[in-house]
Design a protein around this ligand. Sequence first.
Ligand code: 3PG
Length: 305
Amino acid sequence: MKVLVATEKPFAAAAVEGIKKEVEAAGNELALLEKYTDKAQLLDAVKDADAMIIRSDKVDAEVLEAAKNLKIVVRAGAGYDNIDLAAATANNVVAENTPGQNSNAVAELVFGLLVYTVRNFYNGKAGSELKDKKIGILAFGNVGRNVARVAKGFGMDVYAFDAFCPADVIEAAGVHAAKSQNELFQTCDIVSLHIPATPETIKSINYATVNQMPKGGILINTARKEVINEPELIKLLAEREDLKYITDIKPDADEDFKKFEGRYFSTPKKMGAQTAEANVNAGIAAAKQINAFFKDGCTKFKVNK
Ligand code: 3PG
């Protein structure tokens, strides 16, 4: 079987090495397509692949149709909004993710960005501290739970809301359960987004949502750019000079956001999961899932049900 690793943003070398070992130990062959710049390269590479490991790489109907031998695609990471699930199902391809494998890396970046922000992007002026501030975690999944753990280390007052996670589970983790998303925004000095991009969440973080934040509020996004209603957030930032927007996913309207100097920051490339540890965890988990699929038909992490 040919296992293709197709990553426009490559894994750390140690992760590729680990994936190769796993794939070859199962008697399969590894093919590598890294840093491709053109979809044609991907369409060509998938032609004879039986399995694929990807990151945020787009696997749409055209890719799935070009991949005549493909049986399984594993997104080494959490969010699988880059895979056309209906097209995967139509082409008899199992789509999987590797939940939890890169979540600590994303959570640590949240705090790297927050310290940078509250210290005024290290411009020399007196900033503020995270201790005793209220942080609101929107969605209490793997990343959200890691954010809560680290936030407690900073001495923050931690709140969370998750439409799919009961309040008692949140409270059992030593976190205040907000009754609603609105209450989270109304209560917290900082709101950290960890919702996936779904039809329900796309553009859901809008003017009305963020305008509920107290004076000096910071919105931090290490989830997906699609959940933000960009024109409405730009309008709000223009009206409320106390608010800040910090993101690990460059918005489409990056140039417009850049006008809010000192109140906006975006990493040049999505960096949340870009650590050797996260790459190794997610990459090797993906390779193991592919091996288990070919060996026993295991589809434990299937997302196109
Ligand atoms: C994820 O969904 O796992 C993260 O957003 C990481 O994405 P990346 O692998 O493209 O860095």
